[in-house]
Design a protein around this ligand. Structure first.
Ligand SMILES: [Zn+2]
Length: 288
């Protein structure tokens, strides 16, 4: 064979090999995304009442891109379509209480219809991601710069250690008002709900994203100076003055960085898969 022809064929062959590598790398199925997320936060870690996992779509579908968000609404499905993503990865499950009708009567029904119509798959990683090592609470701790982060009340599910709240330590003890300012700044909170400011420095911090009010007593028992969560009822604030600095920052605000966990898992486990953190703000609560 002519030498130049030979070089040409080697060149073409090498290029098609490269192309096949690239195609193999970006060809990711929904089931592979699920598997990557579940490897990090296994579904058995979720609470008994929860419904994490696949919500809408086919596990064999090839993923064009993944939109990462906290809640799935019609606007979020629209954003996914606009950005060429046929998969939405959310923290809160779209299907939670179950549907007996899929029509246009509720926002959930309308969102499910739209996702199916637009061929957009939805997977959700909820309390399994709350309870996992490196999950929602660890991300909050990282944002606050806490060190020595451990589960407040660790338990085991199979071989996996997990827990619903965490404890961490600030680099330096802080005055309570400075601590509240740090929390507000970190989570971009316009208005934090606190109890009376602690007259001793804050060093050890307990936290639980979302509705973590059920952990307040455990936070006190753990010796924490402060407890951060997303929401608490009025009566729960009573009786903790000068015992623990309560700091309630809003459900959405407390869990907003969960999308970064999704992004990092998929970058590691599904390299080449386009991921986009949703721009749509789904927080239904306004501070006026
Ligand atoms: Zn939540």
């Amino acid at each position: 064979m002519n030498k130049f022809l030979c070089i040409f064929f080697v060149f073409v062959g090498f290029n098609s090999y490269l192309c096949s590598l690239i195609i193999r790398q970006i060809s990711v199925k929904v089931k592979e995304v699920l598997s990557a997320l579940e490897q990090f936060a296994p579904l058995p870690l979720q609470e008994s009442w929860d419904n994490a996992g696949l919500q809408v779509g086919l596990t064999e579908a090839e993923v064009s891109g993944a939109l990462l968000c906290l809640d799935v609404t019609e606007a979020v499905v629209d954003e996914a379509v606009r950005k060429g993503c046929n998969l939405i990865v959310s923290h809160h499950p779209l299907l939670f209480r179950g549907l007996k009708t899929i029509s246009d009567l509720t926002d959930v029904q309308r969102t499910v219809r739209k996702a199916v119509r637009e061929d957009v798959c939805v997977v959700s990683m909820h309390t399994n991601m709350d309870n996992a090592q490196g999950g929602v609470n660890f991300k909050m701790a990282e944002k606050l710069g806490l060190a020595d982060v451990v589960f407040m009340n660790p338990r085991r599910v199979g071989d996996t250690e997990c827990g619903s709240g965490i404890l961490g330590t600030l680099a330096e003890p802080m005055a309570a008002d400075d601590f509240v300012k740090l929390v507000k700044r970190t989570f971009d909170v316009e208005c934090a709900l606190t109890n009376q400011l602690l007259r001793r420095p804050v060093r050890r911090v307990a936290l639980c994203g979302g509705a973590g009010d059920f952990l307040l007593d455990e936070a006190v028992a753990s010796g924490a100076d402060a407890f951060i969560t997303g929401e608490m009822h009025y009566h729960q604030y009573f009786g903790f003055e000068q015992i623990i600095q309560i700091c309630v920052i809003g459900h959405y605000q407390s869990e907003q960085y969960t999308t970064e966990i999704f992004r990092d898992i998929l970058a590691r486990q599904c390299p080449g898969l386009p991921t986009v953190i949703a721009e749509t703000c789904t927080n239904p609560i306004l501070y006026l």
